[in-house]
Design a protein around this ligand. Structure first.
Ligand SMILES: CC(C)(COP(=O)(O)OP(=O)(O)OC[C@H]1O[C@@H](n2cnc3c(N)ncnc32)[C@H](O)[C@@H]1OP(=O)(O)O)[C@@H](O)C(=O)NCCC(=O)NCCS
Length: 212
């Protein structure tokens, strides 16, 4: 089952989810790729990564674009030739893209126990202490926080941003499905409006800057 879901965020923003059930060859047959993309694909070490990359191209084609409309800047941030903003994420079984007139960020993460072990590296201590012992939602919550920080980084990818020291997430409940975040880095202070949801055992986060 390839195309999985469209989420209408607002009049000018929508996100698209592809569930990867096809074989590599089936996906490869369906997409047209630039030479540079072909070279990148061939250089990827895992088939899972290759399928994620191809599924992103399927989502582009679903939206009337192709790999030929997509280019990357020197930081690795993707752009579309027509100026529509795009953000991309893939994680094992799913690929997602978001298209908008705003500079948006998206992140998809598989929820794993591992996130508890590395929480001290990226989450504010208040989150770790408050939820550590009590909550079956601990992994869900930490995965949202992780996704938020990845997505903020995709919007404002200044060199030197630290997830723990510069990106702060306002406390939230899982059932609220939204929160805000602050990037406080050097002279730059930016607020982000954040939405999140869960798809199977994955967490999907999308956000954009509201003020700076
Ligand atoms: C770039 C980064 C955000 C990618 O996130 P990820 O969760 O590893 O992978 P995802 O699948 O969600 O996203 C990958 C996509 O992000 C996009 N991307 C890569 N670099 C980007 C950048 N600088 N800005 C915006 N988007 C970027 C690309 O589209 C890429 O997919 P593609 O190359 O196949 O098109 C991440 O690897 C990173 O460097 N994070 C910052 C470093 C950091 O502080 N890490 C953790 C410290 S605790």
């Amino acid at each position: 089952m390839p195309f999985y879901q469209r989420i209408e965020v607002d009049d000018n923003t929508a996100l698209f989810v592809w569930k990867i059930t096809e074989s590599y060859n089936d996906l490869f047959r369906e997409v047209s790729l630039k030479d540079t993309s072909l070279a990148r694909l061939e250089g990827m070490k895992s088939e899972s990564h290759q399928k994620g990359f191809l599924a992103v191209r399927m989502l582009l084609q679903y939206n009337g674009y192709s790999d030929f409309d997509l280019y990357y800047d020197e930081f690795g941030k993707p752009h579309l030739n027509d100026g529509v903003n795009i953000s991309i994420s893939h994680s094992f079984g799913f690929s997602v893209i978001i298209l908008s007139n705003k500079n948006i960020g998206i992140d998809l993460e598989l929820r794993r126990d591992l996130v508890k072990k590395i929480a001290y590296k990226f989450a504010e201590e208040k989150f770790v202490y408050e939820y550590e012992n009590n909550s079956s939602e601990f992994i869900s919550m930490l995965t949202v926080i992780w996704g938020i920080k990845e997505a903020v980084f995709k919007v404002r990818n200044e060199i030197g941003i630290s997830f723990k020291d510069h990106i702060f997430v306002r406390p939230f409940q899982m059932n609220e499905k939204k929160t805000t975040a602050l990037l406080d880095f050097n002279a730059l202070k930016s607020e982000f409006l954040v939405y999140f949801t869960e798809i199977e055992n994955y967490t999907l986060v999308w956000l954009w800057e509201t003020e700076s």
